[in-house]
Design a protein around this ligand. Structure first.
Ligand code: G1P
Length: 291
């Protein structure tokens, strides 16, 4: 069985929900405390054993490329000031030369299309997809949990969690056929169903392990929900020949594509950091009390 060595990061989205902050800055560069969202996703993949990182970018996203490169000016300054800790921290972002590649999604045609744009970087092996907007904090490394599950259950695999019924139309929703430990066997998956028509409230969260056969399906795929080429539709199309499993992951997921999710993630990380939690809790207490 193939090891999961490659991961795709679709980062071409415009981030209109965060305007004006994202007018000239990629939404994936929004920080959770002091680290951009995309760096958390990349670190998760790196820690899970991924060796090749493929970013599907778009116009206006060059800050992401610069972020994962050396900044000679900043590094020189930190060296002159003897700030060894900060320097080390900055340099730890730099991956082995040649392990990051970038391709572009020239038009916003959907997540399925974004993944398809990276096909020549993957070829014939299973691969991971991480959506940086879905920030997962605490618990275990989500992608690692999935890779471990994949070893016994090849096929397509997604991270899943239960969401409120009224929110199912924001997600891909699983039609479950049984459970075993933290694994859900799916007999179907549907993108953004109406709450009345949804097969469950078990939502797909932005971590995937996909079989390479998905590229053939995506090649000929028509637009689905929201007029976009949906990854979910391709996964559904591959059933039942290619099984689909959901992994109930341990960490807490914050929807950093929404303002409340993003703000909550910042508080959660701040309150979990030894250097920040006391002062932050002290500052928040009166604000919450006066509400
Ligand atoms: C995408 C996927 C959806 C998934 C969601 C998770 O939707 O299409 O299946 O449930 O990510 O965040 P989007 O948030 O891009 O609309």
């Amino acid at each position: 069985m193939s090891r999961i060595r490659k991961a795709i990061f679709p980062v071409a989205g415009l981030g209109t929900r965060f305007l004006p902050a994202t007018k000239s800055m990629p939404k994936e560069m929004l920080p959770i405390v002091d680290k951009p969202l995309i760096q958390y996703a990349l670190e998760e993949a790196d820690a899970a054993g991924i060796e090749q990182f493929i970013f599907v970018t778009g116009r206006g996203k060059s800050a992401i490329e610069d972020h994962f490169d050396h900044s000679l000016e900043v590094e020189t300054l930190l060296r002159q000031r003897d700030q060894a800790g900060e320097l080390e921290n900055l340099r730890s972002i730099i991956l082995t030369p040649g392990s990051i590649s970038y391709t572009r999604q020239q038009e916003p045609l959907g997540l399925g299309h974004a993944v398809w744009c990276a096909r020549h970087h993957i070829q014939n092996e299973p691969f991971a997809v991480l959506l940086a907007d879905d920030f997962i904090h605490g618990g275990a490394n989500c992608l690692q949990e999935m890779i471990e599950a994949y070893e016994n259950r090849p096929g397509n695999m997604v991270a899943v969690m239960e969401v409120a019924r009224e929110n199912v139309s924001k997600y891909g929703i699983i039609d479950a056929n049984g459970e075993e430990g933290n694994l859900v066997l799916a007999k179907g998956v549907v993108e953004k169903p109406h709450p009345d028509a949804a097969p469950s409230n078990l939502a797909v969260i932005g971590r995937y392990i996909l079989e390479p056969g998905i590229f053939d399906v995506l090649s000929g795929q028509k637009k689905g929900a929201s007029g976009e080429i949906q990854l979910t539709d391709a996964i559904a199309h591959m059933l039942p020949e290619t099984p689909l499993h959901g992994v109930r992951f341990q960490g807490t997921r914050y929807d950093c594509g929404s303002k409340v999710g993003y703000l909550t993630a910042n508080m959660a990380v701040g309150l979990s950091r030894r250097d920040l939690k006391d002062a932050l809790a002290q500052n928040l207490a009166p604000l919450l009390k006066n509400m």
